[in-house]
Design a protein around this ligand. Sequence first.
Ligand SMILES: [Zn+2]
Ligand SMILES: [Zn+2]
Length: 256
Amino acid sequence: MKLTFLGTGTSQGVPVIGMNTPVARSKDKKDKRLRTSVLLSWGGVNVNIDCSPDFRQQMLRHKVQHLEAILFTHEHADHTAGLDDIRPFVLKQGDMPIYGLPRVIEQLRIRFAYIFAKENRYAGAPSVKVTEIEDYTPFLLFGKKVTPISIQHGTLPIIGYRIGNLAYITDAKYINEKELSKFYKVDTLVLNALRKAPHPTHLNLDEALTIIREVCPRQAFLTHMSQTMGFHAKVQKELPSQVFLAYDNLTIKVKE
Ligand SMILES: [Zn+2]
Ligand SMILES: [Zn+2]
């Protein structure tokens, strides 16, 4: 499986509008972060996890010609706000299959009522084919087993995904032992780490490194970073050898 980091920034991206910090002024491309999502490719299919406000730019940047499904982690705008821009794929391919918790799908119905409307649809409105993920039950997606992982984003229960030998977890603050066991010794773990200082709803760097030590993946990539994490090049040097700060446009291989 191939994984492309489409965006690795927290909700406002890096740099943040109107903020003139040293990281904002960095000339290093790895310090420019669109909102978090990834593109997975296997067996000729493309699957996005989340649909960020930067979705259009991310699809154009990677010349994505087709997209077979979108898996949502949760309803926050930095993970869902690009949904209108599935239109070109819908015109070519038909309804876009989307997956998420019932609560998340309900939120999408409210925010994008016109996408879900049965009547008085306007020409060219995007359309979706919904699969609600009930009780974190595993399912098959284009031949791969997908295991939803229950994680806490502050007090909000959200989804991480194990897909084959990949575990993709963003916006976690807490994961219990039972859920951690679902991806023990996975080949590749992607995990959020917001910054060095603690935060009430996101893991910070130390908390993310503790989970990585416990889960023992072959390789781990940190994502969903704030500009307060610091310069990419500097923070990378402080990390254990199998842990990497992800950056936009990085492509990696997950061993099957
Ligand atoms: Zn987020
Ligand atoms: Zn969130």
